[in-house]
Design a protein. Sequence first.
Length: 262
Amino acid sequence: MKLNQIERGTRAAPRRVLLYGTHGIGKSTFGAMADRPIFIQTEDGLANIDVDRFPLAVGYGDVLAALGELYTQEHEYRTVVIDSLDWLERLIWGEVCAKRGVESIEDIGYAKGYVFALTQWREVLAGLDALRNERGMQVVLIAHAQIEKFANPETDTYDRYSPRLQKLASALVQEWCDEVLFATYRVLTKTTKEGFDRKRTQGVGTGERIIRTTERPAHVAKNRLNLPDEIPLDYRVYAAFVRGENPLAATDTETTTEQEGV
C-alpha cells in the first residue's frame, strides 16, 4: 500500500437489498420492478409475474450455474433477484447433507451442519459480489418472515419479525446487505371500553403495504441511505431514494397544504 493509492470520498455502487415479509405481500413484485431484473428462482412463485427467470433451481449447483452464466455471458440485465433465500437455504442444506453422507442437517452433531452451511452461503455471496463489482448488477434478495424470540440483554425476551433463515446464515446475509427491509401491512389499534372497567384492543388492518427500514423491537431492519423509518412497498420509491431524491417530500407538502387550508 502506497500513500498515492489512498482514496477519499463516496463511491456509488449497486445496492445489495434484502426484502423480507409475509406470504403474498408483494416481495417478488418489488424485485420485478427493479432495473432490468433476472430472477434466480428457488421456489415456484412467479407464475403470475411477467419477468425473465432461470429455470427453477432444484439443487445448489443450479444456483451457482445461474450466477456463473450472468458473470461470464453477455447480457443486458442490471439486477439479479434470488427468490427466495429460505428455499435457497434448503438447497444449501441438501448440498451439505450430500457431502457429509447424511439424510438431514440435524444428523450432523452439535449443530455443526449449520456452521458447515456457511461455506455455501459465502460462495453464493461471493458470486453476487462478483456480479455487483465487475458486472455492475444490483442484488435483490427475497425472503419470507418468521417470528423469533429475541433475548435482549437489556430487557425481557420478546418476539420480533426476522428473515426466515437459520440464525447463523441470517446474521451473515444481513451483515453483507446494504439494506434489510421488512415488508408488512399497516395495522392500527382500536380500543373499546367494556363492562367492569375492562378494555379490549383490536388490530385494524388498512390493507396498505409498507416497508419498515429501521430496526425496532418488533422487527429486524437496517439501511445505509438514511431512509425514513417507513416508505411505501414500491420499488420506485426505494429507487428514488437511492438516486438521492425524496419522492415523499411532495406528498408531505401537499398534506401540509391541505391541513392548513382546512
